[in-house]
Design a protein around this ligand. Structure first.
Ligand code: NAD
Ligand code: DAU
Length: 345
């Protein structure tokens, strides 16, 4: 295995993963196909652009001829390309079905035709749906996605495993927990709250803020994907998590504390429909392969917050243009309603 095709490598996790491949495997050649949607940017990999082992191709994973050509030049595929934001999927899911489901199918067909050595599909813990207190999902559990994003990922996850069962395609599926770190588009909770706090704007916390997420640092997530690329058993899924459980309100408070901003910036707003209360993964299977996370919650959050503090040019650019329309659509009425309630109370 020497030629790796990464999809979605201009996004958050993908850019860290491409950088890791080039750093940890000097003999590898990496091709990154990315459509450069609002969530992807070549800025995320400027430091490796001049590396002769790296090639960027702007393209869509639904473009069958392009995908066939790139797959014919690869030994292995790691697929991260996706529409990834739950709130956007609740507003309009067309692109999620197109990219996450059909795009993955196009990649699988090309991989099968070319006899690819390994296909790592980056799925998510959201495929299990909400998990009750006291329980952690195992890879054998049924998939019960509860929002359009999660459903599109579950469909692709199952397609991948079906291609192993039906055609012996050497697929490995990862199901990772909530990830934080540099270069995450500021629509997701942590970068949104950090950049809002830096601008002294309210932090829109959904509902009571007592939902639970398990936070993984992006470098740890990428180390796990690297391991699965080389050591994962074909036909198997692997949970990736860190046991860094926090209520969302605790995350918001920790961000404000790190930035020296007042707690009064927190605004309880109308909840996300179908909001999964808790995710929790049993990740003993990947631990048995020799992986465990290196970063605890506090360290990971401090590094993340510091990066946004030092890279205002990056997030100001991300928050310009269409972002403002999305922000207004998602938060305008929520923040107005919260302000009205505060005035009445
Ligand atoms: P992201 O939104 O930051 O990046 C997605 C990338 O995919 C972008 O660069 C975008 O341009 C590209 N893309 C979108 N549609 C495409 C298409 N049709 N063809 C080619 N490229 C396309 O996402 P992320 O947070 O880095 O997530 C990467 C993967 O990891 C996703 O598959 C996601 O479901 C999964 N995941 C994310 C998390 C998390 O917390 N961020 C956790 C678990 C799993
Ligand atoms: O769990 C893995 C998933 O994590 C990935 O598969 C997704 O691609 C990624 O977007 C992320 O999904 P979440 O919905 O969990 O992440 P998000 O950052 O959007 O939300 C985290 C929590 O914060 C969730 O409980 C909703 C809450 N939240 C989010 C936003 C954007 C708020 O309270 N307010 C907000 O404005």
């Amino acid at each position: 295995m020497r030629r790796i095709l990464v999809t979605g490598g201009a996004g958050f996790i993908g850019s860290h993963f491409v950088r890791r491949l080039l750093r940890e495997h000097p003999e590898y050649e990496v091709t990154n196909i990315d459509k450069l949607t609002y969530a992807g940017s070549r800025d995320n990999l400027r430091d490796v652009e001049g590396d002769p082992r790296y090639r960027f191709v702007q393209g869509d994973i639904c473009d069958r001829p392009l995908v066939e050509e790139l797959v014919s030049q690869a030994d292995a595929i790691v697929s991260l390309a996706a529409e990834t934001h739950v709130d956007r999927s609740l507003l309009e899911a067309d692109d999620f079905i197109r990219t996450d489901v059909h795009g993955t199918y196009v990649l699988l067909c090309a991989a099968r035709e070319q006899g690819i050595e390994r296909f790592v599909y980056v799925s998510t813990d959201e495929v299990y749906g909400a998990v009750p207190e006291g329980y952690s999902s195992s890879e054998m559990d049924p998939l019960r996605p509860r929002n359009p994003y999660a459903a599109s990922k579950a469909a692709a996850d199952m397609l991948c495993l079906a291609f192993f069962a039906s055609y012996d395609l050497p697929v490995v599926v990862s199901r990772g927990a909530n990830t934080m770190g540099p270069c995450q588009y500021p629509e997701k909770m942590i970068p949104l709250f950090v950049t809002n706090a830096l601008r002294d704007e309210p932090l829109p916390l959904y509902g009571d803020g007592r939902q639970v997420r398990d936070w993984l640092f992006v470098e740890d997530h990428c180390e796990a994907l690297d391991l699965l690329l080389h050591e994962g058993t074909p036909g198997e899924a692997y949970n990736i998590a860190a046991d860094n459980y926090r209520h969302n309100i605790q995350v918001a408070e920790a961000i404000l504390e790190l930035l020296g901003k007042p707690r009064s910036l927190i605004r309880h707003v109308a909840d996300r429909p179908g909001h999964d209360r808790r995710y929790s993964l049993d990740w003993s299977k990947i631990r048995a392969l020799g992986w465990s996370p290196r970063q605890g919650f506090d360290e990971a959050l401090a590094k993340t917050v510091a990066w946004y503090g030092d890279n205002e040019w990056w997030w100001q650019k991300a928050r310009s243009g269409d972002y403002q329309d999305y922000y207004q659509r998602q938060y305008g009425w929520r923040l107005e309603a919260a302000a009205r309630q505060e005035g009445e109370g």
